[in-house]
Design a protein around this ligand. Structure first.
Ligand code: ATR
Length: 271
């Protein structure tokens, strides 16, 4: 049976085995998918051994996405732009291909849950790995504007400069944010730690949609804050998680599973 895995540290709470098992059932693929934890300093040795022992492909999560980028023999354009890899695949000629499906996953989820990004004003919060991975795909969706803001302003500015060749992107300081946005995407890790962002309340208005790339049982800290201030819609990162997984699955198996049913099943399981 073809073997796949998600690799990270820690990994015990990962939903990926559940998601890929549902995909395999849905598409009738004969495969198995497990969660594997590697020591923080043991990624390269561990993943090399897994591929040598027949692993066909894997997802890579925190804290190994940059190391996976270094490890891959070949990279897709979107992995190169993101500087991070979340999907590895053993190719027919024995080389390891590195891809990044996070941005595509976000776009699929937004398309399902928010609608088209064309001509929308988007604010992206954060300038770490998660933000970097989605800027390219967001710009490719032709928004009217993309503003990036981060607690450490220099990092947002550096990213805006770096991506300026791909489309209009501007950095603003988090505390002096101004403008009317249609969509605010939280790509910081603040919700993960249950921390509230220091954002001016004026960015929330009755038409805005807030999207937290994180998800949890119950509302994330960021979405709670936005809802209290009257945001029209709040969305968590579950759709993105399932959609990036579907994209990885398609890379490995050549068949794209449907995501709606899996998202609903996961929501049912979380409640
Ligand atoms: P990831 O890979 O999840 O993006 P990361 O690269 O460590 O993780 O980046 C974390 C991001 O969340 C950064 O943009 C960080 O802001 P700084 O660059 O100023 O550190 C942001 N972040 C984390 N906790 C935050 C908080 N409490 N308030 C605001 N921003 C926060």
């Amino acid at each position: 049976m073809d073997r796949y895995a998600v690799i990270g540290h820690p990994i015990n709470h990962s939903k990926s085995p559940f998601i890929h098992t549902l995909f395999a059932r849905q598409t009738q693929q004969h495969m198995c998918y497990e969660a594997i934890e590697l020591a923080k300093d043991g990624f390269i040795a561990g993943v090399s051994e897994l591929f040598a022992n027949g692993l066909r492909g894997c997802n890579v999560t925190v804290p190994f996405k940059q190391q996976a980028y270094q490890f891959a023999h070949q990279l897709t354009d979107r992995a190169r732009v993101a500087h991070a890899v979340n999907t590895l695949k053993m190719t027919d000629d024995g080389l390891i291909l590195g891809d990044n499906t996070d941005g595509a996953g976000l776009l699929t989820a937004l398309d399902l849950e928010f609608g088209s990004l064309a001509d929308r004003c988007i604010l992206l919060l954060g300038a770490g790995g998660a933000a970097r991975g989605v800027i390219g795909p967001l710009l490719a969706a032709n928004p009217r504007s993309l503003v990036i803001a981060n607690r450490t302003h220099d990092k947002a500015q550096a990213l805006a400069e770096q991506f300026s060749t791909l489309g209009g992107i501007e950095a603003m300081s988090l505390t002096n944010l101004d403008g009317r946005f249609d969509l605010i995407i939280n790509a910081t890790s603040a919700s993960l730690a249950g921390q509230r962002l220091s954002l001016p309340a004026r960015v929330i208005h009755p038409q805005v949609c807030c999207y937290d790339m994180m998800y949890q049982v119950g509302m994330t800290e960021f979405n709670q804050w936005a809802k209290q201030l009257g945001a029209r819609q709040t969305i968590d990162g579950l759709g993105m998680l399932v959609s990036q997984a579907a994209e990885s699955f398609a890379i490995w198996r050549g068949i794209r599973p449907g995501v709606r049913q899996v998202i609903s099943e996961m929501r049912r399981n979380m409640n």
